[in-house]
Write a protein that binds this ligand. Structure first.
Ligand SMILES: Cc1cc2nc3c(=O)[nH]c(=O)nc-3n(C[C@H](O)[C@H](O)[C@H](O)COP(=O)(O)OP(=O)(O)OC[C@H]3O[C@@H](n4cnc5c(N)ncnc54)[C@H](O)[C@@H]3O)c2cc1C
Length: 294
């Protein structure tokens, strides 16, 4: 279907974008790479009168790291740049990997991590890895800002706590703790170039073979990306054994609330949560080992 008619607004500053959003509230959508938005518009699932493109605002594609503040991604940080960034690969390998398995080369060169978050698909690849790392987003509006943990951001498929006059200004991920390991694993029955049928993000902080902290996030198995909190609590403070890892993966599968849809069945999704959680925990534990122990 052709795109419906709309007026394209191209602010040159962030403040101008916030002002436009307030002025046209309810009739406007923000566009980063457009790889979700324009498809929705061409399918008739969104019909804004105005589209605010952010690309004329210089400097929004930044990727920064600071030992205290951690990683910060600007609203136009591209999936391709996050996937290939040496610092992100070194310190946040699950984040780089999640971006690298999102869509195709062409889409990764247009699409952004911020767009992936704001689109709020339960299957979005970048969310489980970022949530596992306790990431938060800063939301800006004319004259104000607030910060929201990704844990509290999603309300349902395509629904977030973001108000119509708010823009996602940045994504912040805390600096990695010593002894931490992260992983993101995805499975899609069709091919690599497909959205996840199941995605699992995990983050463990290890002291030797004892797990001090665990976060496990499941994608595509509930209306929102979800923490498997009971599974996490099984690991915390415990020595990692094969039995415990299997038990934790089974608990994560129990917590998942998948549906059957065109991609696969609920039953298959539960089984894959078990398999991917087990693999993700093992991968995190392996990465958390000090270099001399590897
Ligand atoms: C062929 C194809 C394959 C794909 N495969 C995958 C896949 O494997 N995994 C996956 O997770 N996704 C996939 N996608 C979806 C999409 O590419 C990603 O979600 C991408 O990250 C979206 O980023 P974008 O910058 O293009 O977002 P846009 O389309 O520009 O925006 C998406 C949504 O976020 C809002 N938005 C964007 N930026 C902001 C902001 N700063 N503030 C407020 N709201 C904002 C927009 O209004 C819109 O509602 C695929 C898409 C295509 C076309």
């Amino acid at each position: 279907m052709p795109l419906p008619k709309f007026k394209y607004l191209a602010p040159k500053t962030w403040e101008e974008a916030c002002a436009m959003l307030a002025q046209y509230k309810g009739k406007v959508r923000v566009m980063a790479g457009g790889t979700d938005l324009l498809i929705k518009m061409s399918l008739g699932a969104a019909a804004p009168e105005y589209v605010i493109g952010l690309k004329n605002i210089p400097g929004l594609d930044y990727i920064k790291y600071d030992q205290t503040k951690g990683l910060t991604l600007g609203p136009l940080a591209l999936l391709a740049d996050v996937a290939d960034h040496p610092m992100i690969k070194e310190k946040y390998d699950a984040v780089a990997h999640a971006a690298s398995v999102t869509a195709t080369v062409q889409v990764r060169n247009m699409g952004t991590v911020a767009g992936n978050i704001c689109n709020a698909a339960p299957s979005a690849d970048n969310i489980p890895a970022l949530m596992a790392l306790d990431a938060e987003v800063t939301l800006a509006r004319l004259g104000g800002k607030r910060t929201v943990k990704l844990d509290d951001f999603f309300q349902g498929p395509g629904k977030t706590v973001m108000e119509p006059e708010e823009l996602l200004e940045k994504i912040t991920v805390p600096a990695p703790l010593p002894g931490s390991g992260t992983a993101y694993l995805k499975i899609s029955p069709r091919s690599k170039v497909d959205i996840a049928a199941v995605g699992v993000g995990a983050h463990l902080v290890m002291a030797g073979d004892v797990c001090q902290m665990a976060r496990i996030v499941l994608g595509a198995v509930a209306p929102v990306p979800m923490r498997a909190r009971k599974a996490e609590s099984l690991l915390t403070g415990q020595q990692l054994t094969t039995d415990l890892i299997n038990q934790t993966a089974a608990q994560a599968a129990d917590e998942a609330r998948p549906i059957t849809d065109v991609r696969t069945t609920a039953e298959y999704r539960k089984t894959m949560v078990y398999v991917l959680t087990r693999r993700a925990i093992n991968a995190c534990a392996q990465k958390a080992l000090p270099p001399c122990a590897k």
